[in-house]
Design a binder for this molecule. Structure first.
Ligand code: NDP
Length: 444
């Protein structure tokens, strides 16, 4: 059995019932063949893969709060500090009923590689809770966030661990979390990113993940003699990543004809109206049925189906494992040429392999959505120097970072004998930087 297989088996045995974590580790282990197998004795002796797949630290805590009816409610809170070889821990906080240890670990593990690819000094972490902000009043969300931070603050800091937003954690939640941290510690520091512009946030952070998806897509298409203008695109999700992915794609002349939420999806052949989408999701916090009600060209469908529409490009921006083999077959039959993951691990391993076997250009989430965390790192830089950069300055840095990620990913794929396999390229490029730093810092 190869060293990579041994470590994967160990991860599965030691962490039973954690399918998402197994999936994320499996994908990385499969990719690392060209690096590890050529030098197996060294990696085995140094136990590099065991160290890489075992988190530095996992924190789990009770979050107790009181709802509007006066009932005491209890949720689970998590922070997984996975690896800080190249910088302070960095990764978002997810608030969603599906959050559990497996989801937290897979996200924190992916974050190590993603953060490495940005070229910026940030390590990998993730946190969250099974609390569902949907349907809660602002006051309930505030009380939850205050309780969550009253435990988390012990483990984070501007040079230690810097959380950010993710599913269910937007500007409102970051504000409540930041206020509580400041009150508990007395420190006004860049301990969270995604902050509001009046208290240390960065311009472009809101748009960054979605814009980054389109910047890397553009770069990839350019290297294949193509471009985004005039293309028809399917996007899933209707949250932060989906909204700004759609906005930038349309600014660059593409037509995005779908979006979705956890209950259904929209087909809008005229192109998604971003202002209306923002009003429905960001302001009214309502369902997509309200988008369809306000837009005569749009059809609303209950359940799954966003990948059944014929498009040139597919951009999954909702959640993990939302695009499976059947979806991939439909997209390929309908002539899709490129897929960039805006969400984390939205495509199953089988679907990813099917795309690659059918010559669809495929960029994995750890490269495709890295623009969000990269801009968070730019927010940390601005906080450290007590300055704010202009929109153009941050946007131009983001564009440079996404181009650089494409070059690293395609360069590593070529160098290790898998040209055009950007999954392998992303994993190898991310791995080499982190493990070189781990090796240099000694055994711990
Ligand atoms: P949001 O909470 O803003 O939006 C998530 C969207 O996905 C919502 O429209 C939600 O529907 C939908 N959704 C959630 N679960 C499901 C599901 N099971 N099936 C179908 N739709 C679902 O989150 P973000 O946009 O921030 O995050 C989306 C993805 O991008 C996640 O994988 C996240 O980890 C990743 N990501 C986010 C970054 C960021 O900067 N925000 C950075 C990098 C990655 P509904 O409206 O009904 O809740």
């Amino acid at each position: 059995m190869s060293y990579r297989e041994e470590v994967l088996n160990r991860v599965i045995t030691e962490n039973p019932r954690q399918p998402e974590f197994h999936q994320a580790v499996r994908e990385v282990m499969e990719s690392l063949g060209p690096v590890i197998d050529a030098n197996e004795a060294f990696y085995r002796r140094e136990a590099i893969l065991e160290r890489l797949t075992t988190p530095d630290r996992q924190i789990q805590f009770r979050v107790t709060w009181v709802d509007d009816q006066g009932n005491v409610r209890v949720n689970n809170g998590y922070r997984i500090q996975f690896n800080n070889a190249i910088g302070p821990y960095k990764g978002g906080i997810r608030l969603h009923p599906t959050v559990n240890r497996s989801v937290m670990r897979f996200l924190a593990f992916e974050q190590i590689f993603k953060n490495s690819l940005t070229g910026l000094p940030i390590g990998g972490a993730k946190g969250g809770s099974d609390f569902d902000p949907k349907g809660k009043s602002d006051r309930e969300v505030m009380l939850f966030c205050q309780s969550f931070m009253s435990e988390l603050y012990k483990y984070i800091g501007a040079d230690v661990d810097v959380p950010a937003g993710d599913i269910g954690t937007g500007a409102r939640e970051i504000g409540y979390l930041y206020g509580t941290y400041k009150r508990l510690t007395g420190r006004y520091e860049g301990v969270l990113t995604g902050k509001g512009l009046t208290y240390g946030g960065s311009l472009v952070r809101t748009e960054a993940t979605g814009y980054g998806v389109i910047y890397i897509l553009e770069e990839m298409l350019k290297h294949h003699g193509n471009d985004i203008e005039g293309k028809t695109i399917a996007v899933s999700g209707a949250g932060n990543v989906a909204t700004y992915t759609i906005q930038k794609a349309q600014q660059l002349g593409a037509k995005v004809v779908t979006c979705s939420d956890s209950t259904g999806w929209i087909y809008d052949p005229e192109g998604i109206d971003v202002a209306l989408l923002k009003d429905v999701k960001e302001v009214r916090r309502a369902r997509l049925t309200e988008y369809a009600a306000a837009r005569p060209s749009a059809q609303y469908h209950e359940g799954k189906g966003v990948w059944s529409i014929p498009v040139d490009i597919a951009l999954p921006c909702a959640t993990q494992n939302e695009l499976d083999l059947e979806d991939a077959k439909m997209l390929v039959n309908n002539g899709v040429i490129a897929v960039v993951e805006g969400a984390n691990m939205p495509t199953t391993i089988e679907a990813t392999k099917y795309f690659q076997a059918n010559k669809v250009l495929f960029i994995p989430g750890k490269a495709g959505n890295a623009g969000g965390v990269a801009t968070s790192a730019l927010e940390m830089s601005q906080n450290s120097e007590r300055l704010s950069w202009s929109f153009e300055e941050v946007d131009s840095k983001l564009q440079g970072i996404m181009k650089n990620i494409y070059q690293q990913v395609s360069g590593a794929a070529k160098e290790y004998g898998k040209p055009e396999d950007f999954v392998t390229g992303a994993n190898i490029a991310g791995f080499l930087k982190v493990t070189t730093a781990m090796h240099a810092q000694g055994i711990y």
